[in-house]
Design a protein around this ligand. Sequence first.
Ligand code: CP
Ligand code: NVA
Length: 309
Amino acid sequence: MKHFIHLKDISSTDLRKILTDAKKRKSLRKKLNTLDVDKNSPLRGKLLIQMFEKSSLRTRLSFNLAIKQLGGGTITLRSNELHLGQGGESLEDTAKILSTYGDGFMLRTDDDKKIDNFAKFSNIPVINGLSPSSHPTQILSDIFTVEELTKKNISKLNICWIGDSNNVLNSLIAASVKFKFNLNIGCPNNYLPNKAILNWAKKHNKFIKVNSDPKISIKDADVVFSDKVISLNDKVNVKKKLKDFKKYKITSSLFKYAKKKCIFLHCLPRGNEVDNKVFQSKNSHVWLQALNRVHVQKSILLFCFGKLR
Ligand code: CP
Ligand code: NVA
């Protein structure tokens, strides 16, 4: 049994194995319906318990489909309907009960400590479905999408992030170490990436650059990643932050600095950080990006359940 909490804590070999399995499974499903089960139902009889403390569309649906396509089932808990958190039941007891009834636990939370504590007290794998400090399932799936579209190993590509220094970026920074790719980050000086993760990454990957001029960061990019300026956990002055990010909006004129065939990705939901022209252009692959989350979640589940070959 293995947890899937932060990319930086998972070996490059395991992450690559997950992507290879996802590629194989995706190609084998071409003629199958949404709810058809993969050959041999590798997770037959297994129950994934999911809990969302904040909103989700893609993560929720992709995990639902993923476990079902592997032959298992899922139940989604609403955090406000448990005894946990209202003082009635401890996290430790909740984790023990989840481990009694279920085989895996996927949590989206506002509190990184909570996910660590669930991992500590659970006897079943715990998956981070987004926390304030990372969004590992999203970024691993995005790497799959990049390699699928370019047919190249991501280590051969220039990857660029324009926008806020948030959970998704933290996972992208971790991925740049695990998959050894160039990462150029364009963000305002007062919104620099988390120091601890950047220092950790710079020790392992000399190819991370941060610049406050988005034109410099995007220059010659093969892939541009974007995300909302205001994240779910942001407790900020929204008006001020949006103003601070005005020049980081991905417009056609900024996008022109990237390579001609540059891929545009956005984990969604989107705000005002990208204009419609870029979002709807032929360079944008956001719908495939969202769909691929199903395929990669499946291989993440198999990894966690010790079934990845
Ligand atoms: N990208 C992503 O995680 O979307 P949801 O918040 O809808 O799950
Ligand atoms: N950074 C965003 C990602 C949403 C999928 C957030 O945390 O809200």
